[in-house]
Design a protein around this ligand. Structure first.
Ligand code: NAD
Ligand code: ZN
Length: 364
């Protein structure tokens, strides 16, 4: 049941993490609670999670300077409770426990009209292009709301966005009974290992230079973890697969060296799915590593809307997906700078924030 005292008055204010101006850093500020359009719902945020994109915005890198228009409330990974609905909202109700697909597809372009909303030509992202969820409340169009099965824990519900990236990548082709290499064990690579394990993959070989993340990779189901800075990662994968190479390679780092190695460790006729985003163009041996190999190469963007969400729900409800080791830190919103620093150090995976101050213990 919705606690009536939590329903905000119109024109009331809330605490939010704001990028106030185009330069590094961010501030906790008192801002207006968003006004709703007729098709929008207002969600009280129970837990939000920090993404690599938020780090880019916080640090104010080249990409942010081009894309972000301050002032902006950022953040796009969350779950919460609906506290108000617009006049034309039909299915979502006050009190619903929800998350949301934060990519707003235009609905009109070729891709949107042919069932490919995840690669909409005119996509806008809540928390990047419009105000996001590092706040007590966030406004979402009803069409983007995902109602969460009550069997799913709050802490998992808060990370459906990056988990969806991993599910989309892993399930973009066959996986059961196949050998899998995962290059890069950031939060999404780690989710991918857990998802591949839960989906019946054979050997899973992960590459990752950071010791903290190497340990997490083992915890969530990697059969072997290779440090690409001290070991020949390609040779290790070949040795582990009788010289054949991995059936499936999931590139989850965007690091140019890792991308090249990913192609080299793929077996002839195998599938490579690329999620990691290199910061600039890179060189590949197309003849040997793609053409003569007969490689199946896939670019992976976002989540399929809403196929990936249904797959995630089924995986989470199966009880086979153990994400607990990957929720490494829980902080209040006032401590957001600490959360950003933790992630920048690599000594964290998912950092959860509780904008409405609920103690993490209650949130299970
Ligand atoms: P992250 O930066 O935390 O993870 C990358 C990991 O790769 C880090 O742990 C890093 O130590 C590791 N790494 C660096 N060099 C390596 C090497 N040579 N070999 C193996 N590993 C190496 O990022 P994340 O949040 O987990 O996201 C992963 C990637 O996916 C990023 O590039 C991100 O920009 C991208 N991304 C893509 C989409 C999409 O829709 N395509 C969505 C979200 C994120
Ligand atoms: Zn579109």
């Amino acid at each position: 049941m919705l606690d009536a005292s939590r329903i905000p008055m119109p024109s009331a204010t809330m605490q939010a993490i704001v990028k106030p101006e185009p330069k590094p850093g961010a501030r906790l500020e008192e801002v207006r609670i968003p006004d709703l359009g007729p098709g929008d719902v207002l969600v009280e945020v129970r837990a939000a999670s920090i993404c690599g994109t938020d780090l880019h915005i916080y640090k104010w890198d080249h990409w942010s300077a081009k894309r972000i228009r301050p002032p902006l409330v950022f953040g796009h990974e969350f779950c919460g409770t609906v506290v108000r609905v617009g006049a034309e909202v039909e299915i979502v109700r006050e009190g619903d426990f929800v998350s949301a697909e934060m990519h707003l597809a235009c609905g009109r372009c070729f891709q949107c009209r042919t069932g490919q909303r995840h690669i909409c030509q005119n996509v806008r992202i809540i928390g990047v292009d419009t105000d996001g969820c590092f706040a007590e409340f966030v406004k979402i169009p009803e069409t983007n709301i995902w109602k969460i099965d009550p069997a799913i824990a709050v802490e998992y519900a808060a990370v459906l966005d990056p988990l969806g990236n991993a599910v989309h990548t892993v399930l973009a082709g066959e996986i059961a009974g196949l050998s899998v290499a995962v290059t890069g064990c950031g939060p999404i690579g780690l989710f991918a290992i857990a998802v591949a394990r839960a989906s019946g993959a054979g050997a899973i070989i992960a590459t990752e230079p950071h010791p903290f993340r190497q340990k997490l990779a083992e915890k969530v189901g990697a059969s072997m973890v290779v440090d690409p800075e001290t070991t020949d990662a390609v040779a290790e994968v070949l040795a582990a697969t009788n010289g054949v190479g991995a059936d499936v390679v999931l590139e989850m780092s965007g690091n140019p060296r890792a991308v090249r190695q990913a192609f080299q460790m793929l077996r002839r006729g195998g599938r490579i799915s690329l999620l990691g985003i290199p910061s600039k163009p890179l060189e590949l041996d197309l003849a040997n590593d793609v053409i003569f190999k007969g490689a199946v190469v896939q670019g992976i963007n976002g989540r399929r809307v809403f196929e990936t969400w249904y797959q995630m729900q089924a995986l989470l409800k199966s009880g086979r997906l153990d994400l607990a080791p990957l929720i490494t830190d829980r902080i209040g919103m006032a401590d957001f700078e600490h959360g950003m620093e933790l992630l920048l150090s690599g000594n964290a995976s998912k950092v959860l924030m509780f904008p409405n101050g609920k103690p993490p213990k209650e949130s299970g």
